[in-house]
Write a new protein. Sequence first.
Length: 413
Amino acid sequence: MAASPGPVTVPPKPTWEPKQQEATYPWLRPTIRIRLTLLYGGMFLIAGILLLSIIYMLAAQALNDAGGLVFQVSGTNVRISSDTCPQLGAAQNNGQLNEAIKDCTAAQRQHALDSLLNRALLALVGLSIIAFAFGYAMAGRVLSPLGRINRTARRVAGTDLSRRIELDGPDDELKELADTFDEMLDRLERAFTAQQRFVGNASHELRTPLAINRTLLEVHLSDPDAPPELQQLGKTLLATNERSEQLVEGLLLLARSDNQIVERKPVDLAEVADRAIDQARAEAAAKGVEVRGECAPAVVQGNGVLLERIALNLVQNAVRYNVPEGGWVEVTTELQTGQALLVVSNTGPVVPAYEIDNLFEPFRRLRTERTGSDKGVGLGLSIARSVARAHGGRIIAMPREGGGLVMRVTLPV
């Protein structure tokens, strides 16, 4: 008889995982902080340019208003020299001297305007840098609650639902968003806790009667005085009971494997594949299917039992759905850049590409929807896909040329 489920201590983990996006140039990513910085700095820069233009026009107007000659040279034999305006010394008469003074005054006025413009531009550039830096710092301070919400969401997705933001501060829109997020986490935690409790109770309620039935049938079959008809009936009922047990175990494993894996340990896919091959070798020999493998070390972080279930389900499917004669199954593992790869290839019937996705649905097989044969309960590939997703990986099926399938499982290392 199955034991009663223990107390629920940790809620199940969510089945989704935020999509990881790695930008090639992080500084070019259009974050809200960068956009606020550009907005603040751009407004300051526009205001500075307008202010500089107004100052320049006012200064030019003032110099033009005061630009007339305030004196004229008259008399005879007047000589004037200046280091700033050397053309004054070349004047031959008063008219040339007065014209030279006028040109010198205009040149000095233009030089003063150019000097004012250059210094104002340098000041504007310096203040713009300070404004952009100040805007970046202020935007970071204003948006810091959003960063806290984002970090909490990542921890929730990667660990458990017990974490909360608990944002302090003024009762503004950001605090309202954080409180709403906390309320959502409360509801999710209750929902996942209820789901785990239901799975535990279903495990107990479904396993117990099936175990009792199996025990009664085995006792009946052990009776040597039982008629042959009852012996045959008992064997049939025992096979049906065993099939129901497999279905229950598959459903429970499927429900559990949809959750994220919290406790991860180093697992070598080569060892997992070898164990799966050993467990399926007897069935393969009975069906005349050759099983071979080339397994290179490929260590990942995960749950060894669930990863072994992926390999075993794929190998068993490859053996059961094979050609009657001369069939083979090939299992390989290898380590690639940032990921480990498990590939199961097999001969078999031709599989249309449009039916590949249907194979991963529960209780679905090629060209049939409900289970009704001795090849399994129709959950093998569904369980394999759920376990792969729980480990942050994926499984892809491709039709093999000439018949059969190629199953590729990729897991992060």
